[in-house]
Design a protein around this ligand. Structure first.
Ligand code: BJ8
Length: 425
């Protein structure tokens, strides 16, 4: 058994706070995930990853760094993993899904700020996130105002912060800006890793990332079945682990899980009774360990059948066209792929509601829960028109706005239960 404590200490973590965090997360995990009945066997791998998320996985990162590989941490699906892989780097999503050390975060940030951003600062300032400490470069992106301005505050706290500018509109000029920023990012990766990005390496990076997304799309398609062969909570967990596991191992494990689920579907077996109310979640990303809303929904006689979210289909639905003989040509393909992401920071962003509607059909959902994090202006502003549009087309929609605390759980449960009743009716 490796000496994890020594490793955490070398990374500069506060061991006492880190112990407390792991113990809170461990008990939440046991209550929410391990208590589910009839879970697929294939989830055991993902349980193992979660148990070892600050242990074995960090050890792997440290071993890879010792062999000269670089680790790139990020907070957004606009950071192309294809490029990171092209320099044999490792891409990791950074901790931002729990209320930890908000008091510390609020010393440098306003209180009225999205919890995802406060969480990122809480983890960093409380010295409990081994991923940010292991990162050679942290990538920021000028998406929403909250993130954009907070990166200015984060900059002196991390070893190397690389901020990418982002278009606000999907115009030709927007595309050129994104491509130029991806080129700048590629140059940064080359400088830090000491490796040149070749067309071959980039094509291989695209293949690996596409394989991972294809496996996730396969999992999503299986969730069409009624009875649902996997809970929304477990599917969300797989989507969350997408951001920090080894890509090839992750792909193989998702495909293995899918084999088992397809068998379940063939036998008509499910984790919820046939005819259970089916809900689609749409909105802000649910970074690990943000499991509040899915826990409430799935303990209110409903099952979640899809996530229109960056930790879900918004982040994974598009593959990158890997055809091309030059780095420049492949950069074009990467830019085209990422510009399709319908994040609410874009204006206008009509394709997002179109996509929600398509998903409702595809996964046979009875209704949509629109989930916004408090103070997230882009998604809160889109939630009103989205609700009106969906309701107009006969799709029941519930708008929820919440944070990372557990204080509003009772209130949320009452609203979710009433919504599920409506879906049943
Ligand atoms: S591509 S959704 S991951 S920006 S929740 S910090 S928007 S105030 S996370 Fe996002 Fe990239 Fe878009 Fe996806 Fe701001 Fe809203 Fe907070 Fe957000």
């Amino acid at each position: 058994m490796p000496d994890y404590r020594q490793m955490w200490s070398n990374l500069g973590l506060d061991l006492q706070s880190h112990d407390a965090l792991l113990s809170t997360l461990g008990s939440a995990y046991r209550d929410i995930f391990l208590s589910q009945e009839d879970r697929p066997e294939g989830m055991k791998y993902f349980d193992f990853v979660m148990t070892e998320v600050h242990g074995l996985r960090i050890k792997e990162l440290m071993d890879a760094k010792a062999q000269g590989r670089i680790v790139i941490g990020s907070y957004c699906v606009f950071v192309p993993e294809e490029l990171v892989l092209a320099v044999d780097g490792i891409s990791v999503g950074l901790c931002a899904g729990a209320e930890f050390n908000f008091a510390g975060a609020e010393e440098v940030l306003p209180r009225n700020l999205c919890p995802l951003i406060k969480s990122a600062f809480g983890f960093k300032m409380g010295k409990v996130c081994p991923y940010i400490e292991a990162s050679d470069v942290v990538v920021g992106e000028n998406t929403c105002d909250g993130k954009k301005k907070s990166y200015e505050v984060l900059s002196p706290m991390v070893k190397d912060l690389f901020v990418m500018d982002m278009p606000q509109m999907k115009s030709e000029a927007g595309k050129q800006l994104l491509k130029a920023e991806y080129r700048r990012f590629a140059e940064k990766l080359e400088a830090v890793s000491g490796r040149k990005i070749t067309a071959d390496a980039l094509r291989k990076g695209i293949e690996t990332t596409n394989a991972k997304r294809t496996a996730i799309k396969r999992l999503a398609a299986i969730r069409k079945a009624d009875p649902a062969p996997i809970s929304g909570l477990d599917a969300l967990l797989v989507n969350q682990i997408f951001f920090f596991d080894d890509p090839a191992r992750f792909t193989a494990s998702v495909n293995k899980l899918c084999d088992e689920l397809e068998e379940r579907v063939g036998k008509g077996a499910g984790v919820f009774p046939k005819g259970t109310a089916r809900v689609l979640i749409s909105g802000c990303p649910m970074a690990v360990p943000n499991w509040k809303i899915p826990t409430i929904v799935e303990s209110s006689s409903a099952v979640i059948v899809g996530e229109e979210s960056c930790i879900g289909e918004r982040g994974t639905q598009w593959l990158t066209d890997g055809r091309g003989d030059t780095v420049e040509g492949l950069l074009d393909r990467i830019t085209e792929r990422y510009l399709k992401i319908d994040c609410a920071v874009f204006t206008p962003n009509a394709s997002r509601v179109d996509h929600v509607r398509e998903m409702v059909k595809k996964y046979d959902a009875d209704g949509v829960i629109h989930y916004s994090l408090q103070f997230c202006q882009p998604y809160i502003i889109e939630s009103g028109p989205a609700e009106r549009e969906l309701e107009k087309q006969g799709i029941p929609t519930l708008r929820l706005e919440t944070d990372y605390s557990q204080e509003d759980t009772g209130q949320l449960r009452t609203r979710v239960e009433a919504f599920v009743e409506r879906l049943r009716g």
